[in-house]
Design a protein around this ligand. Structure first.
Ligand SMILES: Nc1nc2c(c(=O)[nH]1)N[C@H]1C(S)=C(S)[C@@H](COP(=O)(O)O)O[C@H]1N2
Ligand SMILES: [Mo]
Length: 521
């Protein structure tokens, strides 16, 4: 038989658990010190590859929400279990203070074990407070197991504390407790999840470039690209440059690592002639370039939105790489980021890469790898490691994070011409303007062809000016008379004269192929 007291204890414990998690959040915000972070990390690491892949395909970014919800629930459960222990101690000793102390010290140790002592009180104080405020000594004759010691002290207060619903209407009381428990839990989870989602879309990117004089030239480069953009009717379609806040984002973890420039360093390890560590000041002292580099994620639909371009400020990797004298037999390297991400690909590809600390004339924002990320021209997004910390030269090839989960996304991008919703605009003369971006990595885009009759006849679209950058998308534009509705097909031809592959495939394992087709008008 489950008694009202037990329901009340379970409810209190859950509320204390939720209060602990919420308290931690208030103190730390959505940072790596939040108690949910290591739990989330564990869940991310434990989720089997096929599930991750399926979740990405079917849910997209909602997969993150599921991880977050699971991590919040587990954290609430852990702190709740500690609080429950505190409540049992209070019941056995009949002393509120003993329960509060046990719940407080227990949650403090738990929080410290999860994310360290600083900030651990943020979880402990609210959890203990809920135990202290909510606990009521059981009244005589109502023990759960019949063997618990009877309450002798404080019984007068205890009966005064007893909720009236508990004694007058046990059935309704139990339901009420259950409802409240669920309500509080759902409310807390919902609140934190909503805050998290809100926060994740804010990526910063408003700090000036570090050591601005040495990083000079980014603004001029940006202006150059903006001038080269096609003029299109749509206000929502990006030009040649994606604004920082709208640049797509892919992270394996729900928490961005927070690494300051002063803390940052990159170490070359493994099969080298000599290991080497480079710090931030040393890095930005190297020859500076402002490169337009386009990124595209392998893990999405053919016409998906994860394709963006920015002007990145940084320095080429090749001289650094040569200075450590790579000697591994596979001629391959494993790159690692502070979030636990890793990816492996050939040293020759890495040598073409770029180490960036600036994005669109600003300091690299947290969400895009602050303070330093890798940019690999012409290869799928996953090779562009953020929060870079280590480059290990290997003897034998090894799988990266996504390769372990069934992807083959470390190679060169395939060719694509996109036609997003924001690129379709009705003109005042009744025609429809189609505009979009096409990308073929370092092969470049030679032309984009548009068909408005389902693929029978093709017309060349207008293209933005070719730019000297080795790895940049081009914009295209084409206006036509819809005449009631047309099946539009778009395809690109790369700089080597190769037509975009017609046969459609899904994104797993190495990127979606096919031509974008849409009914317009
Ligand atoms: N450290 C780290 N680097 C990473 C990732 C990550 O999760 N962690 N995601 C990769 C993937 S899959 C892509 S598509 C790009 C996305 O870069 P962005 O978030 O700056 O757009 O970063 C890559 N680099
Ligand atoms: Mo990606």
């Amino acid at each position: 038989m489950i008694s009202v007291t037990e329901h009340r204890e379970a409810f209190l414990a859950a509320a204390a658990g939720a209060a602990g998690v919420a308290g931690s959040y208030l103190v730390t915000g959505w940072t790596p010190s939040f108690v949910v972070r290591p739990i989330d990390q564990t869940i991310v690491n434990l989720t089997p590859g096929p599930i991750v892949t399926t979740a990405i395909e079917t849910l997209g970014d909602a997969g993150h929400l599921i991880h977050i919800a699971m991590a919040l629930a587990v954290a609430t459960g852990l702190f709740g279990a500690v609080a429950f222990g505190g409540l049992r101690i209070a019941a056995r000793t009949g002393r509120r203070a003993a329960g509060v102390a046990a719940a407080g010290v227990g949650s403090w140790l738990l929080a410290a074990g999860l994310t360290g002592f600083s900030g651990a009180l943020g979880a402990a104080v609210p959890a203990a407070a809920v135990v202290g405020i909510g606990w009521t000594a059981p009244t005589t004759g109502r023990t759960a197991d019949g063997s618990a010691p009877r309450v002798s002290t404080g019984s007068a207060t205890a009966s005064a504390d007893e909720p009236s619903e508990g004694t007058s209407d046990p059935g309704g009381g139990v339901d009420g407790v259950r409802r409240r428990t669920l309500g509080v839990l759902a409310g807390t989870l919902g609140f934190v999840a909503a805050t998290v989602v809100g926060r994740r879309s804010v990526v910063g990117g408003d700090e000036p470039l570090p050591d601005a004089p040495r990083s000079e030239g980014a603004t001029a480069r940006l202006r150059e690209l903006e001038t080269a953009s096609l003029s299109v009717e749509s206000d929502d379609l990006h030009g040649m440059v994606s604004p920082i806040g709208e640049f797509y984002n892919v992270d394996i973890a729900e928490f961005d690592p927070e690494v300051t420039a002063a803390e940052w360093s990159l170490t070359f390890t493994g099969e080298t002639g000599s290991d080497r560590t480079v710090d931030f000041d040393e890095l930005i002292d190297r020859p500076v370039e402002h490169r337009a580099i386009t990124l595209r994620c392998v893990g999405e639909d053919l016409n998906g939105p994860k394709l963006d371009n920015a002007v990145w400020t940084g320095t080429p990797i090749r001289p650094l790489l040569e200075s450590v004298d790579p000697r591994g037999e596979c001629n391959c390297a494993m790159l690692r980021g502070e979030d636990g991400y890793y990816v492996q690909f050939p040293v020759d590809v890495l040598a073409e890469g770029f180490l960036a600390w600036g994005m669109n004339g600003k300091e690299l924002p947290t969400g895009h790898g602050h303070p330093v990320r890798v940019l690999i021209p012409g290869h799928w997004g996953e090779t562009n490691v953020k929060w870079l910390s280590e480059i290990e030269l290997l003897n034998v090839e090894d799988d990266g994070y996504w390769e372990e989960r069934g992807w083959e996304g470390t190679g060169e991008v395939n060719t694509v011409a996109k036609l997003w919703d924001e690129g379709i605009t009705e003109l005042s003369d009744g025609r429809i303007e189609l505009a979009g971006h096409a990308y073929a990595g370092t092969r470049g885009i030679d032309r984009v062809e548009v068909s408005t009759d389902g693929g029978d006849t093709w017309t060349d679209a207008d293209l933005s000016e070719p730019l000297p950058d080795a790895d940049i998308w081009r914009q295209w534009r084409h206006a036509f008379d819809p005449d009631g509705g047309r099946e539009v097909v778009v395809r690109a031809v790369d700089g080597e004269g190769t037509l975009q592959t017609e046969a459609p495939t899904g994104s797993v394992p190495s990127g979606a192929a096919g031509w974008v087709r849409r009914t317009v008008g």
